[in-house]
Ligand binder design. Sequence first.
Ligand code: URA
Length: 217
Amino acid sequence: MPEPHAIPAGLDVTVVDHPLAAARLSTMRDARTDNATFRAALRELTLMLIYEASRNLAVERYPIHTPVARTTAFRLGNPPLLVPVLRAGLGMADQAHALIPESQMGFVGLARDEETLQPTPYMESLPETLAGRPVYVLDPMLATGGSMVHTIELLTARGATDVTAICTLAAPEGLVTLAEANLPLRVVTASVDERLNDSGYIVPGLGDAGDRQFGSV
Ligand code: URA
């Protein structure tokens, strides 16, 4: 598998380096992959990213009896809030929830203001307070990083201090933006790609993650 591209110092980035992740990501990258197959590969890759992201979640211990003996059982002590960013993050939501059924889900919808070119929220369905709660932001593409910074600012405004961005792909430029924003954040991704092109697409990337899932409507 290729070497990851540059990761800015000081930013906590986990690149999930696993043959199954590489195989599903390759299916997603391939321009011949149809929408249904793309969605299935995204779901499977999401499962791997969430599994890796949740490795250090807090657990509570409690006593149980198996049919044979007493033992200690475990449950999540503080399940994360899952926050898919509409629309491309929708394709990650179901699988993330299936893997962590204890979690609640919020939603953020961002549109680009055509005058300022800044991401503007048109939907913010989040708990009043996020203090002390881990939050997983689900967005397949970390491109310029602008939308991700905006989303995380919505979360930190509600007290979040423990945010994980779960992205199938990240561009080095987006990671630099996140590092410079100095937010309480780590990133879990399947690849750090080469660069952004002039149209803001990740290269080699996979195209428009929303269109690849849902068709270009
Ligand atoms: N968003 C996408 O869907 N694809 C890119 O390459 C960049 C941003």
